[in-house]
Ligand binder design. Structure first.
Ligand code: ZN
Length: 136
């Protein structure tokens, strides 16, 4: 994954300049309109993405936005005690992103305020359900 950094180009998302780890996934998410899909679809997409990265089944673990990177981080923190392996994969994926975009890391409270993650009890419950469903 660190090799992807050589491909990284600066890009703008939510008016902020960010450096994507993986330009392929970044383009997919950001030009196919992550803002066009409704909230419920976005939440489901985020949960599925977190579950795949957590299980190690995602084809690419690079967060494609500050929102996703912060969501991985929060997910990793709230899953740590119950799903330590999944949590460490999520935290590693978000850390790779923050290593090159340190300014994009926000406190959990700020991620909640920006609606980048569902409320924590709900987020934990939904992720736990996803992860106990087993590999798909
Ligand atoms: Zn990718």
């Amino acid at each position: 994954m660190s090799k992807a950094r050589t491909l990284a180009k600066d890009a703008t998302v939510f008016g902020e300049k960010v450096t994507p780890l993986c330009t392929k996934c970044w383009r997919q998410q950001n030009t196919e309109g992550q803002l066009k899909i409704d909230e419920r679809d976005r939440e489901e997409q985020l949960l599925e993405r977190c579950a795949q990265v957590g299980r190690g089944t995602a084809s690419c673990t690079s967060p494609s936005s500050p929102m996703e990177a912060n969501a991985f981080r929060v997910a990793g923190l709230i899953l740590r005690s119950k799903f330590p392996d999944e949590a460490s994969r999520l935290l590693a994926a978000s850390q790779d992103y923050f290593d090159i975009n340190p300014d994009e890391l926000v406190e959990t409270a700020e991620a909640l305020r920006r609606s980048w993650v569902p409320g924590l009890p709900r987020f934990r419950d939904l992720l736990s359900v996803k992860l106990t469903q087993g590999a798909r």
